[in-house]
Structures are given as structure tokens and as C-alpha cells.
Design a protein around this ligand. Structure first.
Ligand code: B4P
Length: 197
């Protein structure tokens, strides 16, 4: 995988992308970049971006692609991404995937892998209700899931065609999901170190 690791975590809302991104990023020594966390931080800080996305997020809708492109382009240009990054929650639409491909192309870079974390719908709703974030109300969760199927699921085929997709069963205990990710990527357990081979 060379000196850097650039990966995407894909999957339905509540599949555990954020949970796994933290663990995997620490292990790989690259930042986990969660667009959801970035947007929530903007809302909490009361920034201009936060003001633009607050009601969109509360309804379960997706923030528009052009705005997300600005956010991500700026974030992946920061110095801490020199050894790569793990994108959690981006891309979520085909235009976002094309934007990411353009950002990587411009930098002479490429993705190493797209990890699809899949979990059955009933379990997703159960987890979200337990999590109890502001946008974790049943009707909002159902809307996020509907949009996932409509806008995000097409990315599975997009990345499969490009030979990047790696499927992981997310309906298992957290540490079991993590160790399956390590196995798929050829990474040994524990924090620190790098990627084998
Ligand atoms: P996100 O922040 O990306 O949130 P998510 O998809 O709901 O959560 P995730 O899959 O990371 O699950 P988590 O680890 O928390 O998006 C929120 C909103 O931001 C979107 O609806 C949208 O409005 C906006 N947005 C973000 N990115 C965007 C983009 N690119 N374009 C447009 N809009 C965008 O896990 C969920 C729960 O399950 C946790 O409580 C966790 O503890 C638990 N859990 C995790 N793994 C488990 C396991 N193995 N077993 C049991 N429980 C588990």
C-alpha cells in the first residue's frame, strides 16, 4: 500500500462507520475525517457553515454536494493528511465520488480501498435509538435510510467496478468488526505500526 493509506468507509447511517474509523485510523496512523462530525462541530460553533447545515441535518436530508466539496477539499489539503486519511461518511452520492476522484487526481493520488460496513435495517434503527443523537428520532432515521438507499447505495457498484470495494459484516461486536477490517487490509491488530506488504 506504499507509504500512505487513503480509504473510504461506506455504509448505512448507524452502521458503525464512525466507531470503526476511530479505531482503524489510530492503527494506521492517519486522521479519521468524518464529514458528519465536521458538520456537527460547525453547528455547535455557530459558524456560517453550521447555520447553513443545521436544519438540513436535523431533518435527515443530505447537505448539498457543492458545499460538501468545499468542506472536503479544504480538509484533505491540511498537513496531517500527508500519510493518508480515512474518510468516514464521504462520499455519499455519485457526484461526491466524482469530486473525490478529482481531488485525488489533482494531487496525483489514488484510493487504496473502500470498506463497506453493512448492517440490517432493524439493527440500524435500534442502534440509532440507543445512541440518541439530536437526529436519532425514528422518522429522521427512516429518512436517512431512505436517502442512503437512493443516493449512497449506487456507490457500492461504482467502487466495485473500480476494484476497490471490500465488504465487512457490521452486525457483529465492535472488536470483531475491527479485526475483520484488519484482516481484509492485511493489518495486524494493536495501535501503531503500519500496513503489511
Ligand atoms: P454521520 O455523522 O456520517 O452519521 P451516521 O451515518 O449516522 O453514523 P455512523 O455510521 O458513523 O455510526 P456510528 O459509528 O456513530 O451523518 C450525519 C448527518 O450529516 C447526515 O444525515 C447528513 O445530514 C450529514 N452529512 C454527513 N456527511 C455528509 C455528506 N458527505 N454529504 C451530505 N451530508 C452529509 O454508530 C452508530 C451507533 O451504533 C453508535 O451508538 C455506536 O456506539 C453503535 N455501534 C457501532 N458499532 C456497533 C456494533 N458493532 N455493535 C453494536 N453497536 C454498535
Amino acid at each position: 500500500m506504499g507509504g500512505a493509506a487513503r480509504m473510504v468507509l461506506l455504509g448505512p447511517p448507524g452502521a458503525g462507520k464512525g466507531t470503526q474509523a476511530q479505531l482503524l485510523a489510530a492503527r494506521l496512523g492517519v486522521p479519521a475525517i468524518s464529514t458528519g462530525d465536521m458538520l456537527r462541530a460547525a453547528v455547535a460553533a455557530g459558524s456560517e457553515l453550521g447555520g447553513r447545515v443545521e436544519s438540513i441535518m436535523a431533518s435527515g436530508a443530505l447537505v448539498d454536494d457543492a458545499l460538501m466539496a468545499e468542506v472536503v477539499r479544504e480538509r484533505v489539503a491540511q498537513a496531517d493528511t500527508d500519510r493518508g486519511y480515512l474518510l468516514d461518511g464521504y462520499p455519499r452520492t455519485l457526484p461526491q465520488a466524482e469530486t473525490l476522484a478529482g481531488i485525488l487526481d489533482d494531487a496525483g493520488q489514488a484510493l487504496d480501498a473502500v470498506l463497506l460496513v453493512d448492517v440490517p435495517e432493524d439493527e440500524l434503527v435500534r442502534r440509532a435509538l440507543l445512541r440518541g443523537r439530536g437526529d436519532d428520532k425514528e422518522e429522521v432515521i427512516r429518512e436517512r435510510l431512505r436517502l442512503y438507499r437512493e443516493k449512497t447505495e449506487p456507490l457500492i457498484g461504482y467502487y466495485r467496478e473500480r476494484g476497490l470495494l471490500r465488504e465487512i459484516d457490521g452486525n457483529l461486536p465492535v472488536e470483531e468488526v475491527t479485526s475483520r477490517m484488519y484482516a481484509v487490509l492485511g493489518v495486524q491488530g494493536g495501535v501503531g505500526g503500519g500496513v503489511e506488504g
